[in-house]
Design a protein around this ligand. Sequence first.
Ligand SMILES: Nc1nc2c(ncn2[C@@H]2O[C@H](COP(=O)(O)OP(=O)(O)OP(=O)(O)O)[C@@H](O)[C@H]2O)c(=O)[nH]1
Ligand SMILES: [Mg+2]
Length: 211
Amino acid sequence: MSKPVTSIKLVLLGEAAVGKSSIVLRFVSDDFSENKEPTIGAAFLTQRVNINDHTVKFEIWDTAGQERFASLAPMYYRNAQAALVVYDVTKPQSFIKARHWVKELHEQASKNIIIALVGNKVDIVDENEEERKVAREEAEKLAEEEGLLFFETSAKTGANINEVFMGIGEKIPLKGPEEEAQGSGLNVTDDQRVNLDSPGNADGPAGACSC
Ligand SMILES: Nc1nc2c(ncn2[C@@H]2O[C@H](COP(=O)(O)OP(=O)(O)OP(=O)(O)O)[C@@H](O)[C@H]2O)c(=O)[nH]1
Ligand SMILES: [Mg+2]
């Protein structure tokens, strides 16, 4: 018998160039690019992982951090069950932005959304501690106050990347076999997912669909 599949809609938010797309690339393809192009609008990717006896299918919306795309974000987080709020441990401004995202998610996103605060580019700090501009303790404090998961990661080395997604997967209630048999409409096949990199599709972000 095949394992039950639980789909998790997950959105990445954070200032431009903090490494959102790089985190997704590491998680989905175990790859890294030194010269990643800025995301335009958003990108959609999926990845399946096994957690205990379940298959979890992450449906990932990787949003663009550039300010000109800021108004699109609610379309992507409105429907999400999980969010990664990413900052760059060498850029204090990106942590301020992360605080804003956490506040906005708590005010506007689904009440049960699971949020992970992710301090990326920790490889730079491992090379030279003077590059650290956001103290781990400060981020831990925010995570504790706001009820967030917290990780420091490097998309470059892969450090802690899988742990972020496994941490999210372990917090989401997984479906039992009965629910799976009934189907929820959430589980579509990968074939139906081709070229869904814009919000104009039926299973995309809420508000993007006229159906
Ligand atoms: N040293 C280091 N560089 C990283 C890491 N993650 C990403 N980068 C680099 O940071 C730059 C920006 O990475 P992206 O993944 O495009 O950042 P983004 O958050 O998706 O940016 P936008 O799409 O514009 O919002 C790229 O040059 C990456 O190679 C990391 O963990 N360590
Ligand atoms: Mg990007």
